[in-house]
Design a protein around this ligand. Structure first.
Ligand code: BTN
Length: 255
């Protein structure tokens, strides 16, 4: 990954990032970040790890994250533990930037997927370890015909050349810096209307697995804690993303 001096300076001028490690190919930026925090969490705080491709990129529930050359894959190490709804704020930041930069409409598939025309363009992974929160972002900016057949119905890309991609990256870091400072003070509530406005599958039925229980219900929105609100016909449930072990949004629309 080759960040220009200018882009590097722009990123390093934020309070979020104080050092950048750039790679061509690694297993996963999350794994490197985790090792750095485990070695020395103080030193690791404020580190951004970015790569051109990943051999073992992963997402929520340990799912593989397709990471060919040309995509955007990075992790930022934040030196404190944030509430899990930071992943919603991160997704919202990506969505709003896509709308502003590319004039494309986005939807947010709770908790952490960003969709363009109903297909996933970006995914967010927030993990905690020791005293740190690791924010991993994957964005499909590679050429569209790299998307394998089996992902074609679910994934999309906004192809960008390197110069455009790295400006998008620095814009995103600035956006995250602003939004995280609001989140630190006021938590998720200020973001609630913007998230709900873009929330996918409202009014549709989904299945959610939480611990040993499985719920089926209609999506009503998210609450001020960032929990999804579903109506299972008997009661309204607010389910937190940290409690969810799987979910399936590919269900039929309610009529
Ligand atoms: C998801 O959709 O479940 C989250 C996907 C997160 C992918 C990013 S790519 C950069 C970072 N490194 C990883 O291995 N995963 C995250």
């Amino acid at each position: 990954m080759n960040l220009t001096k200018q882009v590097k300076e722009r990123i390093l001028a934020t309070k979020l990032v104080k050092q950048i490690f750039q790679y061509e190919k690694i297993d996963s930026t999350m794994r490197i970040a985790r090792r750095m925090v485990e070695d020395d969490s103080e030193m690791a705080s404020g580190t951004m790890i970015i790569t051109e491709s990943q051999e073992a990129g992963y997402g929520r529930f340990g799912r593989e994250w397709f990471s060919p050359d040309g995509g955007l894959y990075f992790t930022i190490i934040l030196g404190e533990i944030y509430k899990p709804s930071i992943n919603l704020v991160t997704g919202l930041s990506v969505a709003e930037l896509i709308e502003r930069r590319f004039r494309r409409q986005t939807k947010l598939s709770w908790p952490n997927d960003i969709l363009v025309e109903g297909k996933k363009i970006s995914g967010i992974l927030a993990e905690t370890t020791n005293d740190a929160t690791l924010i991993g972002i994957g964005f499909n900016s590679f050429i569209s015909n790299l998307i394998p057949d089996e992902l074609c119905n679910r994934a999309t890309s906004i192809p960008m050349d390197t110069s455009r991609k790295i400006v998008f990256l620095s814009d995103l870091i600035i956006e995250l810096e602003n939004n995280y400072s609001i989140f630190k003070k006021f938590e998720f509530e200020p973001f609630l209307p913007r998230f709900n406005k873009r929330m996918a599958y409202i009014g549709e039925e989904i299945q959610i697995i939480s611990g040993k229980k499985s719920f089926r219900g209609t999506v009503l929105g998210v609450d001020e804690q960032g929990a999804i609100i579903i109506d299972d016909g008997r009661e309204i449930r607010n389910l937190n993303s940290a409690e969810i072990s799987a979910h399936d949004f590919k269900t039929q629309k309610n009529s």
